[in-house]
Design a binder for this molecule. Sequence first.
Ligand code: ADP
Length: 479
Amino acid sequence: MKILLPAAEVAPIIKFGGLGDVIGSLPKALDRIGIDVDVIVPYYNVAKVQKLKVFKSLVLNVPFNNENNVVEIFKTKLPGSNVDVVLVKNQKYFSSYGDKKAEKNKETEIFSFFCKSVVEYIKSKYNTYDLIHCNDWHTGLITHLLVDEMGYTRPATLFTVHNIMYQGVSDYDIIHKIGIIPGSHPLVDWDISDGDLNMIQQGVTSSDYVNAVSPSYAKEILSEEYGGFLAEILKAREGRLTGILNGVDYSAFPRKYNEKNWKKIKPGLKKELQSDLGLSIEKDKPVFSFIGRLDPNQKGLDILFDSIEEIVSAGGQFVLLGTGDKFWEEKYKKLEKIKKYKKNLSINILFDIELALKIYTGSNFLVVPSKYEPCGLIQLIALWYGTLPIVRNTGGLKDTVVEGKTGIKFNEYNSKELICAVKEAFSVYFGQSYDKMVTNAMQEDFSWERSAELYKELYQKVIELRIESLSRLDTSDVR
Ligand code: ADP
């Protein structure tokens, strides 16, 4: 079985967020269970390849926007593995992406071009892939283009929804740039009838199978609250929709302690964190932290903000690490000026992987109050470091945290419920159950092995479904 995994990022070469972590670790786990998998990503200038061996392997001509665009294909290995990473280079579309100062093209145009390039690459490889496993809106046009450009000879396709709210909505004229003829495909015509093209919708409707990154999220996106207008479309595909939980590549998260000796070591790391961030060094003050993108639509920034007063006045400390929405960056930053928070609050508007590791290890609780959370990696990393997650009972948070055993959960999205969860955390911390819960958390295993086995089964199923549909129909009809 040979799989191609197109995506916008692959850690540690390119990491903008959780998607990079997934694409950097799933293929390694697949490789370990004998699946031949290649990753394909754009070659941005920000790609960290300095320490890697990178070879130019071929040159393609990619038709886009009525031009023949030269695309150079480079190859390297995913660090620490035998997995090939295919880097798609084109100066005009990809070089400046991820560099906020230099970025000039529209995101949807960049990734439409990427989709087109991936399809050219698949064709150039004499179609040796059995299945193309696409990820999120950035890859949403690949499945459609494969249908159009390869017809019944195309490989099987799987589309993974990592976050349904990021859809890649493009101007209608993109279809001319990419070479889709209006009227030639009902699914595209239906999509563009409202004046724009929705790339995630294309991925969802034209792939052979769809999955989301946790079983609960796969159910939630069938409701309007979580799936928006795409809920109806997903419902029509319910028979071919499943959920597989992401895992963690624990090798990327070194740990200086384990479930047996954490009591001796973790408190020292908490002291270091308090000292580094200018917090008062006090063992009896539980540290509550938040790490993540400051996205007000997803990450629960408003209810988190309302809970800080409770955390500090009840004798705790609060740490935030994140970047994103400017309004919320400033609103949180202003808290540092409030006298009563002095030495008990630290707001870090940065993207800093080292500091994130210090916070994971040195904190007592990690707050993840998301409105929705497709899978969430933050709570899984927190569990690994024995930092108890306080989470809203949604999506992957629901599937991975056990109330009272490994963390604390609240149901409704409001400040009152989060504050109740914070109060519960204080009673856990000063009561009998804290030590046991930390040990339980550290004993959890969310490594990729289990999820890789589930992906293997799903790949087999999708390939069989494709073979079956080809055998049932006259091949001149099959797309
Ligand atoms: P999402 O994919 O929605 O951004 P996840 O929980 O799946 O959220 O993953 C976020 C990943 O990005 C985690 O590895 C987390 O540690 C990391 N991360 C997020 N924000 C920061 C930051 N400001 N600095 C360092 N790492 C961060």
